[in-house]
Ligand binder design. Structure first.
Ligand SMILES: [Zn+2]
Length: 501
């Protein structure tokens, strides 16, 4: 009946190979039905070859229940038969790897390949021959050499047998057949047993133990060396850090002691000291005693802290090739002079204002402001007397008629400038800029200024541009109106004052 035939696909009585006259056969190789003349390799029962239209061809047990291992025994026998008949196989690559960690967790490894994936052709191969106290499925021979082959379904070679194989010291591989079932034919078995290496593994390989031992020794030596190096490096780092800390501490102590000694000096002594250091004879230079309008945040007299600052950072220090950081000057002032209850910000404002003044006088040049680096200066004139205006004009690459230079205007009395929050696109103002630069007698300098500023890189106050430019002989009006016409700054009138048109 049709229904019965269809059910055969899941019939547990199926087996893939029949046994006849010492050999395994697939259904296609024999007559159908009982005429196949085959028996079960597992239990010896008579088999019927089923070669119908609908189901995969197979053998069924005739009139008896199939045994639990009958199907597996048949595939196992067929696999051995294939190897014995082909008389060659491909063996997998054998690489051994040993690895370990250093004390600091660095992973290290050593590896060695004992055997490449390769084909071995036997002169002959035999099933089930005794090798001392074990009987491998197949032994392949080639000259003096032997290869033991085990095939397994459910149980891999156990430790007892492994030990016996190791005692023999013969190369041995194991082939995994565990996933093969009733659908397995000779073709699949040939692929598995002869060609593939994915289901093969080495059970024993001569000298593997010795090689593994050699790798472990070699690795241990490398680990020891790495540990020693790491230890030495850690010690050196620690020593270096200790030295650095000691030096920092010594520097700090020395600085504090110097500051303290300075604070203890009498006002007369301080003045005398500065006269000697700067070579001041007679009248105290006006630019070293700029009084702060509305009281100073620094308790020391202006003439003292300003001359001391000048002596420390500017005097004989022109063009030394390094930048003078504003933050360094701030901390020096705070270390050295009494600032009473003034806030640090108030002290900074005062120092910054004085540095701006020294820029305007031509001692310092303010560098571009980079937010992450802070403001810096370079000393451009390190003599006690300020640079003469004429000299500045001569040094400049362009020629400005001295008579045409207007008198500097007092800064910030009537007008106040602020940067516009957003600047116009360069493409929109480049034409206007070119025109302004071409029509101004300070064109080159204004062009240079324009190249130095950007929406994210400009002095805190627009007026500082004018202070810097004034050192080059450019009047404040020329700078500020240039910036205003380009739409970079806004003018605001200070409260209570009006600017006449
Ligand atoms: Zn059977």
């Amino acid at each position: 009946m049709n229904s019965t035939i269809r059910a055969v696909t899941s019939d547990p009585s199926q087996t893939a190979f029949g046994f006849k006259a010492g050999r395994m056969y697939a259904p296609a190789e024999v007559e159908g039905g009982l005429a196949c003349d085959c028996s079960c390799f597992g239990c010896g029962a008579i088999l019927v070859a089923k070669k119908g239209q609908k189901n995969r061809w197979h053998f069924a047990h005739h009139k008896v229940e199939i045994g639990v291992t009958c199907a597996e025994s048949a595939i196992h026998a067929a696999a051995k038969q294939v190897l014995l008949e082909q008389n060659w196989l491909t063996v997998p690559k054998l690489t051994i790897v040993v690895s370990s960690q250093t004390k600091l967790g660095l992973m290290m490894q050593e590896s060695s390949t004992l055997c490449e994936r390769r084909t071995i052709r036997f002169e002959r191969s035999l099933p089930e021959v005794w090798e001392r106290n074990i009987r491998p499925d197949v032994v392949g021979y080639r000259g003096e050499k032997k290869l033991l082959v085990e095939m397994y379904f459910r149980h891999k070679v156990d430790t007892d047998k492994l030990r016996k194989i190791a005692d023999l010291k013969l190369p041995s591989i194991e082939i995994d057949l565990a996933d093969m079932d009733i659908s397995t034919g000779f073709e699949a078995i040939t692929q598995r047993v002869i060609h593939d290496t994915a289901f093969k593994s080495w059970l024993f390989f001569p000298n593997e133990r010795e090689e593994r031992h050699r790798l472990r020794m070699s690795l241990a030596k490398r680990i020891r060396r790495a540990n020693n190096e790491q230890k030495a490096k850690a010690a050196a780092d620690k020593e270096r850090e200790a030295t650095r800390q000691r030096k920092l501490h010594e520097d700090r102590t020395r600085r504090e002691a110097a500051a303290e000694r300075y604070r203890q000096m009498s006002p007369e002594h301080k003045e005398q000291d500065l006269r000697e250091r700067l070579g001041i004879v007679g009248r105290w230079p006006y630019y070293l005693q700029k009084e702060s309008v509305g009281g100073s945040a620094i308790s020391e007299k202006a003439m003292i802290w300003q001359a001391a600052l000048f002596a420390r950072f500017i005097f004989h220090k022109a063009n030394l090739g390094y930048d003078l950081k504003q933050s360094l000057i701030f901390s020096w002032v705070l270390d050295r002079f009494d600032t009473g209850s003034s806030s640090i910000e108030a002290v900074n404002v005062e120092v910054r204002r004085y540095l701006g003044y020294l820029c305007a006088c031509g001692f310092l040049r303010k560098l571009l402001f980079y937010r992450h680096e802070g403001q810096s200066y370079v000393v451009v004139h390190g003599e006690l007397a300020p640079p003469k205006r004429v000299e500045t004009a001569k040094e400049a690459t362009h020629q400005i008629p001295i008579a045409a230079r207007p008198t500097p205007v007092a800064l910030g009395t009537h007008e106040h400038w602020i940067w516009r929050a957003s600047w116009p696109n360069w493409s929109d103002i480049s034409e206007e800029a070119t025109r302004l630069i071409a029509s101004s007698e300070y064109g080159e300098l204004l062009e240079a200024l324009l190249q130095e500023i950007s929406p994210v890189r400009h002095p805190r106050e627009p007026i500082e541009c004018a202070e810097v430019m004034r050192a080059h002989g450019v009047p404040q009006d020329a700078v500020m109106s240039f910036l205003e016409k380009l739409g970079l700054v806004l003018t605001t009138t200070l409260p209570g004052r009006r600017i006449q048109p």
